[in-house]
Design a protein around this ligand. Structure first.
Ligand code: IDP
Ligand code: MG
Length: 154
């Protein structure tokens, strides 16, 4: 089992798509192991998007991420990082494949509904940035035996 970090961006919250996007993760068989609504500070945004702070679009990106509260999620499953990244689709919603979250709900390179960790090491860093340890819950889904085959769920 692996846990990844997802942020439902203001483009998701404002468009009232929280339930719809959560439903996709749950229906896939992923487990929600942490969830909270929060308003992003300048400080956490600069850390989270440290690779983009020097880009000309950063002020606009920061404003879009602070336009409303966001929902931070810890999502668990076998290979959860890669599975969730694939479900998310490429950055630009106009180029994202239909069937992905961005490909189904976004027309934008910036207002692209979700953030998802891009590696297991970044997932660990991002989970620690947004959640205290006691806010992430390790429990077993009652449906686990029907979500994974025998021996598959390590
Ligand atoms: P990712 O979200 O697909 O991992 P990153 O390159 O890490 O993509 O960029 C983080 C976020 O920054 C994107 O999801 C998007 O909201 C925003 N972003 C990336 N490139 C641009 C751009 O060229 N213009 C405006 N916003 C951008
Ligand atoms: Mg990224």
């Amino acid at each position: 089992m692996e846990t990844t970090f997802v942020l439902l961006k203001p483009s998701c919250v404002q468009r009232q798509l929280i339930g719809e996007v959560l439903n996709r993760f749950e229906r896939r068989g992923l487990r929600i192991s942490g969830m909270k609504m929060m308003q992003l500070s300048d400080e956490i945004l600069r850390e989270h998007y440290a690779h983009l702070v020097d880009r000309p679009f950063f002020p606009s990106l920061a404003a879009s991420m602070q336009a409303s509260p966001v929902v931070a999620l810890a999502i668990s499953g076998v290979d959860a990082v890669q599975v969730v990244r694939t479900m998310t689709g490429v950055t630009n919603g106009r180029e994202a494949a239909p069937g992905t979250i961005r490909g189904d709900y976004s027309m934008s390179n910036q207002q692209n509904i979700v953030h998802a960790s891009d590696s297991t090491s970044n997932a660990a860093i991002e989970l620690a940035r947004f959640f205290r340890p006691e806010e992430i819950f390790d429990y077993t889904s009652g449906m686990q035996g029907y979500i994974y085959g025998e021996g598959e769920c390590k």
